[in-house]
Write a protein that binds this ligand. Structure first.
Ligand SMILES: NC(=O)c1ccc[n+]([C@@H]2O[C@H](COP(=O)([O-])OP(=O)(O)OC[C@H]3O[C@@H](n4cnc5c(N)ncnc54)[C@H](OP(=O)(O)O)[C@@H]3O)[C@@H](O)[C@H]2O)c1
Length: 286
C-alpha cells in the first residue's frame, strides 16, 4: 500500500513519519513549484524530549493510481492542491484529512465513492524550512462515520501515539471547530496569546461569540451540547502561553483558515436563516 501525501508541512510530515514507522510507503505529490528536486523531499523532525533531528525522506510519487491519500495542506489550499491529482484518484480512494476546519472538500470534485477519514488532533507541530518541531503528541481521533476502522488503521495506531478510532467523528469535528472559532479569531484580532482571552477585557466578546456559535451548532446538530464557552475557556487556560495558529498566520502575513472555521459557521447559519453577525464580522475582518 502506498500513501500519497499532499502538503508536506508540519502536520503532513508528522503523519508521514508515523506512517513510515508503521511500515507504509509514503510518496509526496510533486506540485512543480513546491521544492522541486531530483528524488523527493527531506524533512527533519524533532519530537518532544528529543535533542536530535530525525530525518525522513519522501520520494516524489511515481505515475499511477492514488488509492490512499493524506491531505495536509492548509484548508484554503485544498482546491488548488487537489485539482491536478483528481484524474489519478481511484474511484474508492481513501482520503485522510488532517486539516482543521470544515467544508473544504465540498465541491472539489472527489470521486463519488471516496472514503473520507477525518482526523481531529490536539497534537501540535511547527515548521521552519525542512525542520518540523513537534511540540506535543496528544490525542488524535480518526473516523469515517463507521464503527470499524479500515485494515490499515491497526498498524498505524501502533506507530502514532494516542491515535484512536472514533465512531462519532463529526461530533468531535464540531467540538474542535467551535473551540477554534472562538480562540483563533479573537487571538488573531487582538494579537494576544490564548490565555489573554480570559481577562475581563475580552470575556464579554468571548461569551457573546460562544453563544452565537452554540446557536448555529444547535441548528446543525440536534445533540449539540451547548458548552462552547466552557470548552474554549478550558482550552484557553490549558494553552495560556500558546500563540494560536491563526495569530501565527496573521503575524506571518499568511492567509488564515477562517473561511473554513467561522466562515463555515456563517454559511451553515445562512442555509438555515439564522443570523451570525459576530462570526460574519470576524470573517470580514480577518
Ligand atoms: N501544525 C499543527 O500543529 C496542526 C495541528 C492540527 C491541525 N493542523 C491542520 O493541519 C493543516 C496543515 O497545517 P500545517 O501546520 O501543517 O501547515 P503547513 O506547515 O503550512 O503545511 C502546509 C503544507 O502544504 C503545502 N502546500 C500548499 N499548497 C500546496 C499545493 N497546492 N500542493 C501541495 N502542497 C501544498 C505547503 O507547502 P509550502 O510551504 O511550500 O507552501 C506546506 O508544506 C491545517 O489545516 C492545520 O489547521 C495543524
Amino acid at each position: 500500500m502506498i500513501w500519497h501525501l499532499l502538503g508536506a508541512g508540519a502536520m503532513g510530515s508528522l503523519a508521514a513519519s508515523y506512517l513510515q514507522s508503521a511500515g507504509f510507503t509514503v510518496e509526496a505529490l510533486d506540485v512543480g513549484h513546491h521544492e522541486p528536486g531530483k528524488d523527493g523531499l527531506l524533512r527533519q523532525l524533532k519530537f518532544p524530549g528529543d535533542d536530535i533531528w530525525r530525518e525522513i525522506r519522501l520520494p516524489w510519487a511515481r505515475a499511477g493510481v492514488i488509492d490512499h491519500l493524506l491531505l495536509a495542506t492548509k484548508a484554503g489550499n485544498t482546491q488548488e492542491a487537489l485539482s491536478p491529482w483528481l484524474p489519478l484518484l481511484a474511484p474508492n480512494v481513501t482520503l485522510v484529512n488532517l486539516q482543521n476546519g470544515m467544508g473544504q472538500l465540498d465541491g472539489v470534485g472527489l470521486p463519488d465513492a471516496v472514503c473520507v477519514v477525518s482526523a481531529v488532533t490536539t497534537s501540535a507541530a511547527w515548521r521552519d524550512g525542512i525542520r518540523i518541531t513537534v511540540v506535543a503528541e496528544n490525542i488524535t481521533v480518526m473516523g469515517d462515520g463507521g464503527v470499524s476502522p479500515p485494515d490499515w488503521f491497526a498498524s498505524l495506531a501502533q506507530a502514532w501515539p494516542k491515535l484512536k478510532w472514533c465512531q462519532s467523528i463529526r461530533a468531535r469535528q464540531l467540538e474542535k471547530l467551535a473551540i477554534n472559532a472562538v480562540i483563533n479569531p479573537l487571538t488573531a484580532c487582538h494579537r494576544c496569546k490564548n490565555g489573554a482571552l480570559l481577562s475581563s477585557t475580552y470575556q464579554p466578546e468571548m461569551r457573546d461569540l460562544s453563544k452565537e456559535i452554540d446557536k448555529v451548532l444547535t441548528a446543525v446538530d440536534d445533540n449539540w451540547p451547548n458548552d462552547t464557552l466552557a470548552r474554549a475557556t478550558d482550552i484557553a487556560k490549558r494553552t495560556a502561553e500558546n500563540t494560536s495558529s491563526m495569530l501565527a498566520d496573521v503575524l506571518a502575513n499568511r492567509p488564515t483558515e477562517i473561511a473554513f472555521i467561522n466562515g463555515w459557521l456563517v454559511r451553515e447559519a445562512q442555509k438555515r436563516g439564522i443570523a451570525a453577525p459576530l462570526n460574519a464580522a470576524l470573517v470580514a475582518r480577518l
